[in-house]
Ligand binder design. Structure first.
Ligand code: ZN
Length: 143
Protein backbone atom coordinates (compact mmCIF):
# COMPACT_ATOMS: atom_id res chain seq x y z
CA UNK A 1 0.00 0.00 0.00
CA UNK A 2 1.39 3.35 -1.00
CA UNK A 3 0.76 6.30 1.19
CA UNK A 4 -1.00 9.00 -0.80
CA UNK A 5 -0.73 12.66 -0.20
CA UNK A 6 -4.05 14.23 0.64
CA UNK A 7 -5.75 16.14 -2.14
CA UNK A 8 -7.83 19.22 -1.60
CA UNK A 9 -10.88 20.45 -3.45
CA UNK A 10 -10.00 23.30 -5.81
CA UNK A 11 -13.67 24.10 -6.17
CA UNK A 12 -14.31 24.60 -2.46
CA UNK A 13 -10.85 26.13 -1.99
CA UNK A 14 -11.19 25.95 1.78
CA UNK A 15 -9.05 22.93 2.60
CA UNK A 16 -11.81 20.37 2.07
CA UNK A 17 -10.07 17.03 1.56
CA UNK A 18 -11.02 14.87 -1.40
CA UNK A 19 -11.76 11.20 -0.69
CA UNK A 20 -10.51 8.49 -3.04
CA UNK A 21 -13.41 6.12 -3.52
CA UNK A 22 -15.99 4.68 -5.85
CA UNK A 23 -19.22 6.59 -5.64
CA UNK A 24 -22.38 7.30 -7.63
CA UNK A 25 -22.40 10.79 -9.09
CA UNK A 26 -25.31 13.02 -9.91
CA UNK A 27 -25.15 15.41 -12.84
CA UNK A 28 -27.81 18.01 -13.40
CA UNK A 29 -28.77 20.96 -15.55
CA UNK A 30 -32.00 22.94 -15.62
CA UNK A 31 -33.71 20.56 -13.22
CA UNK A 32 -32.82 17.44 -15.20
CA UNK A 33 -30.86 14.90 -13.21
CA UNK A 34 -28.95 11.80 -14.10
CA UNK A 35 -26.97 9.40 -11.93
CA UNK A 36 -23.61 8.07 -13.08
CA UNK A 37 -23.11 4.87 -11.07
CA UNK A 38 -19.84 3.87 -9.42
CA UNK A 39 -17.41 6.52 -10.54
CA UNK A 40 -13.88 5.98 -9.28
CA UNK A 41 -12.08 9.15 -8.32
CA UNK A 42 -11.22 11.71 -5.72
CA UNK A 43 -14.61 12.93 -4.59
CA UNK A 44 -15.33 16.10 -2.67
CA UNK A 45 -17.77 15.44 0.18
CA UNK A 46 -18.81 19.11 0.18
CA UNK A 47 -19.49 20.16 -3.40
CA UNK A 48 -19.52 16.89 -5.36
CA UNK A 49 -16.47 17.84 -7.44
CA UNK A 50 -14.43 14.89 -8.64
CA UNK A 51 -10.98 14.24 -10.03
CA UNK A 52 -11.32 11.14 -12.14
CA UNK A 53 -8.74 8.41 -11.79
CA UNK A 54 -9.62 6.51 -14.94
CA UNK A 55 -10.88 7.12 -18.45
CA UNK A 56 -14.03 5.09 -17.88
CA UNK A 57 -15.33 7.32 -15.10
CA UNK A 58 -14.61 10.55 -16.92
CA UNK A 59 -16.15 9.26 -20.16
CA UNK A 60 -19.34 8.08 -18.49
CA UNK A 61 -19.57 11.37 -16.60
CA UNK A 62 -19.08 13.33 -19.83
CA UNK A 63 -21.72 11.26 -21.63
CA UNK A 64 -24.21 11.86 -18.81
CA UNK A 65 -23.48 15.61 -18.87
CA UNK A 66 -24.07 15.72 -22.62
CA UNK A 67 -27.31 13.77 -22.30
CA UNK A 68 -28.54 16.09 -19.57
CA UNK A 69 -27.65 19.20 -21.59
CA UNK A 70 -29.33 17.80 -24.67
CA UNK A 71 -32.48 17.02 -22.73
CA UNK A 72 -32.40 20.42 -21.04
CA UNK A 73 -32.06 22.29 -24.32
CA UNK A 74 -34.82 20.20 -25.93
CA UNK A 75 -37.07 21.23 -23.05
CA UNK A 76 -35.98 24.83 -23.46
CA UNK A 77 -36.81 24.95 -27.17
CA UNK A 78 -40.24 23.44 -26.43
CA UNK A 79 -40.95 26.06 -23.82
CA UNK A 80 -39.80 28.88 -26.13
CA UNK A 81 -42.41 27.76 -28.64
CA UNK A 82 -45.06 27.58 -25.94
CA UNK A 83 -44.27 31.09 -24.69
CA UNK A 84 -44.20 32.54 -28.22
CA UNK A 85 -47.61 31.02 -28.96
CA UNK A 86 -49.01 32.25 -25.68
CA UNK A 87 -47.90 35.76 -26.65
CA UNK A 88 -49.63 35.34 -29.99
CA UNK A 89 -46.45 35.95 -31.99
CA UNK A 90 -45.56 34.34 -35.29
CA UNK A 91 -41.99 33.03 -35.56
CA UNK A 92 -41.00 35.87 -37.92
CA UNK A 93 -42.53 38.50 -35.63
CA UNK A 94 -40.72 37.08 -32.62
CA UNK A 95 -37.46 37.09 -34.60
CA UNK A 96 -37.89 40.76 -35.49
CA UNK A 97 -38.91 41.74 -31.99
CA UNK A 98 -36.28 39.84 -30.01
CA UNK A 99 -33.58 40.01 -32.69
CA UNK A 100 -31.91 37.30 -34.67
CA UNK A 101 -33.93 37.71 -37.84
CA UNK A 102 -37.07 36.17 -39.26
CA UNK A 103 -35.83 32.58 -39.11
CA UNK A 104 -34.30 32.83 -35.63
CA UNK A 105 -37.26 31.32 -33.77
CA UNK A 106 -37.69 28.57 -36.29
CA UNK A 107 -34.05 27.65 -35.63
CA UNK A 108 -34.43 27.88 -31.83
CA UNK A 109 -37.56 25.80 -31.77
CA UNK A 110 -36.03 23.07 -33.87
CA UNK A 111 -32.98 23.09 -31.61
CA UNK A 112 -30.76 24.12 -34.53
CA UNK A 113 -29.33 27.12 -32.72
CA UNK A 114 -29.49 28.34 -29.15
CA UNK A 115 -31.07 31.69 -28.35
CA UNK A 116 -28.98 34.21 -26.48
CA UNK A 117 -29.47 33.98 -22.74
CA UNK A 118 -31.01 37.46 -22.61
CA UNK A 119 -33.66 36.34 -25.13
CA UNK A 120 -34.53 33.35 -22.96
CA UNK A 121 -34.75 35.53 -19.85
CA UNK A 122 -36.94 38.09 -21.59
CA UNK A 123 -39.29 35.37 -22.85
CA UNK A 124 -39.52 33.91 -19.36
CA UNK A 125 -40.46 37.34 -18.01
CA UNK A 126 -43.10 37.74 -20.70
CA UNK A 127 -44.41 34.28 -19.88
CA UNK A 128 -45.09 35.49 -16.34
CA UNK A 129 -46.23 38.97 -17.39
CA UNK A 130 -47.63 38.74 -20.94
CA UNK A 131 -49.21 42.19 -20.64
CA UNK A 132 -45.69 43.68 -20.83
CA UNK A 133 -45.58 42.74 -24.51
CA UNK A 134 -47.60 45.86 -25.30
CA UNK A 135 -44.79 47.98 -23.81
CA UNK A 136 -42.28 46.33 -26.13
CA UNK A 137 -44.32 46.05 -29.28
CA UNK A 138 -47.74 47.73 -29.22
CA UNK A 139 -48.27 46.99 -32.91
CA UNK A 140 -47.94 43.23 -32.36
CA UNK A 141 -50.48 42.93 -29.57
CA UNK A 142 -53.72 41.54 -30.92
CA UNK A 143 -55.68 40.84 -27.79
ZN1 ZN B 1 -15.48 20.74 -3.04
Amino acid sequence: MSVRKPRYCLQCDDGTELKLKIQDMTVQANGITRVVPEVAGWHCPQCGEVEFVDQDGSERHMAAMNAVWEEASAGESGSLRAIRKKLGLKQAEAGRLFGGGVSAFSDYERGKTQPHKSTVLLLKLLDRHPDLLKELAPALVRV
